[in-house]
Design a protein around this ligand. Structure first.
Ligand SMILES: [Zn+2]
Length: 565
């Protein structure tokens, strides 16, 4: 027997064989059993999900020698001719190539003749949206007053292009994309009958690659057998379709959410190096972030057609980011997918988009800022932002890409009040230390020279530790008299806006202690303006110290660059 391609061999022949469209098959069965058959049907849906197969089964059901019946016999002349496409009573017309008014007129001329064998004369017009307006109008005449023996079955991927007057004369059925699980089951069944050995991950990859189109999935299986023989692994499928593995996709999404640009670029390079279809990857990434967003809103993956490990990944990633960020990432990916069709260098566009996404995953949106301001107004603390916060002090916020490379993911910790700002206050103390010394020196004569080799080393709540160079450890004793201590505590208290006690100890210079609770918290930098002239320093310092300015710096995680009058 001649070789028959799998897609043809396994094309559904009965309503029962149609996968994933029970809402349509059930209604058609009911129409047949109750003898309430309309003049025109319209099957709508993406390609490869069974529209024309459904039309043929329906035609057989109507014209079978045993029919009209819900189970056409597949043996009578009518059934066999319809299956072979040679029936004189069932005409399959491709709307794309017979779209002119002339063809429709010819069709109209044949309509008036009675069927040769069967009960009905059935016109199946595929891609009916391709008909010209004139052709539609010509068709409309027949649709308005069809002879009782004539039935029309239209199929289309783009129902919005069909004239409303035509649509209103059809019973419309929307066929669904077939869930991945059902495609996998069907492929498994075919593989076992055809004696093809294929592992479950490979089946999943085929189903994923065909986006809910069963015909494409079966054709893909055929192609894989020709390519790899009858033993197929996931890698074979991925390489044939240029797909990336599920784990790769999830790793990329995770790296974007963390704002880890370095990792993102590495992954992009390895995808490109392995010859993966980058545009396809962007589409899949969009799908992933779409699922993530749905998960974040509904916390239910039952409608998402995902396997368990995929759901686990969504849960984890949802805890690392927020809605606005995911929406922004999705927007960037959508725009990129569009542009990639025309891009000369897909890799460049791909990498740029991924960097943008990583950025979108870490920068604070205006919405978030407004929310935080409102939280402040309401007397609450500043919300700790989930996901990548800028942590590395050495990185400037203006140099964006470098900054993201050093971003670490923070657990969603609410900052514990004052201690949380230990690091920021350390920065403040260090940068203001000269001023502190001047002020202390003025209040307590002789104290300044003793403090010249001392530095602030730690802020922990109300305690400020001042470390003295061990070489000058005897300065501690000399300095530590009530008057000096009081002066220092007073000046530091003014600076930190609360009363503080001072601890004096010998410490290796340049080494800082970490305040408890101060680590792992978003660092806010506070750098004195470099351009300030000495004489004006005090007023400008006061401006910077103003509580409103401080709050603004906190909210925007900002740095004072300059103070202008
Ligand atoms: Zn039959």
């Amino acid at each position: 027997m001649a070789y028959e391609v799998l897609a043809r061999k396994w094309r559904p022949r009965q309503f029962d064989d149609v996968v994933g469209q029970s809402h349509v098959t059930q209604t058609l069965r009911n129409a047949i059993t109750s003898k309430r058959i309309a003049h025109a049907y319209l099957f709508v849906g993406p390609r490869g999900i069974g529209k024309t197969s459904m039309a043929r089964i329906f035609a057989k059901a109507l014209n079978c020698a045993t029919g009209p019946t819900v189970t056409p016999c597949d043996k009578c002349d009518a059934c066999r001719e319809i299956a072979a496409g040679t029936s004189l009573d069932v005409m399959e017309i491709d709307g794309a190539s017979n779209n002119g008014v002339e063809q429709v007129r010819e069709l109209r001329d044949t309509v008036k003749y009675a069927p040769t064998h069967g009960t009905y004369k059935i016109y199946i017009i595929d891609e009916v949206h391709m008909l010209t307006t004139a052709a539609f109008n010509a068709l409309l005449k027949t649709l308005e007053e069809p002879p009782p023996h004539v039935k029309f079955i239209f199929a289309t991927t783009e129902p919005e292009k069909i004239l409303a007057t035509i649509l209103s004369r059809c019973q419309r059925f929307d066929l669904r994309r077939i869930p991945v699980g059902l495609i996998v089951d069907r492929l498994k069944n075919i593989a076992s009958v055809e004696k093809i050995k294929i592992d479950p991950d490979a089946l999943l990859a085929v189903a994923r690659g065909c986006e809910g189109g069963l015909r494409d999935a079966v054709s893909a299986l055929d192609q894989l057998v020709s390519f790899k023989g009858a033993d197929i692994k996931e890698d074979d499928v991925l390489s044939v379709f240029g797909l990336a593995s599920r784990s790769m996709l999830e790793e990329m999404a995770g790296s974007i959410i963390k704002g880890d640009v370095k990792k993102v670029i590495e992954l992009a390079a390895s995808l490109d190096g392995a010859g993966k279809d980058l545009q396809r990857f962007v589409l899949e990434l969009m799908g992933h972030f779409r699922n993530l967003l749905v998960w974040m809103y509904v916390k239910d993956a039952s409608g998402m057609d995902l396997i368990d490990t995929q759901v686990e990944c969504l849960k984890l990633q949802a805890s690392m980011t927020n809605h606005e960020r995911v929406i922004r990432i999705s927007d960037i990916l959508g725009e990129t997918e569009n542009r990639m069709k025309y891009a000369l260098s897909k890799l460049t566009l791909f990498e740029t988009a991924l960097i943008k996404c990583s950025r979108a995953a870490t920068v604070v949106s205006i919405d978030e800022v407004i929310r935080q301001i409102n939280a402040l107004k309401a007397g609450g603390g500043v919300e700790t932002v989930h996901g990548g916060s800028m942590q590395d002090d050495s990185v400037s916020k203006t140099s964006y890409v470098d900054a993201s490379m050093k971003v670490h993911v923070q657990p969603a910790v609410k900052a514990p009040d004052s201690d949380a700002y230990g690091n920021d206050e350390m920065d403040l103390l260090k940068s203001s230390w000269r001023e502190v010394l001047d002020k202390v020196g003025k209040m307590a004569v002789g104290s300044k020279s003793l403090l010249l080799d001392a530095r602030p080393t730690c802020v922990d709540g109300n305690k400020v530790t001042v470390g003295f160079d061990p070489e000058f450890a005897d300065s501690i004793e000399k300095f530590d008299i009530p008057r000096n201590r009081k002066a220092l505590e007073h000046v530091l208290g003014v600076l930190l806006k609360r009363s503080v006690t001072v601890e004096l100890k010998a410490a290796v210079q340049g080494k800082e202690e970490r305040a408890e609770g101060g680590s792992g918290i978003t660092t806010r930098k506070l750098v004195p303006p470099p351009a300030i002239a000495k004489g004006q320093a005090k007023t400008k310092r006061d401006l910077i110290d103003d509580p409103t300015v401080q709050k603004a710096l906190d909210i925007f995680d900002g740095t004072v660059m300059d103070v202008r009058e």
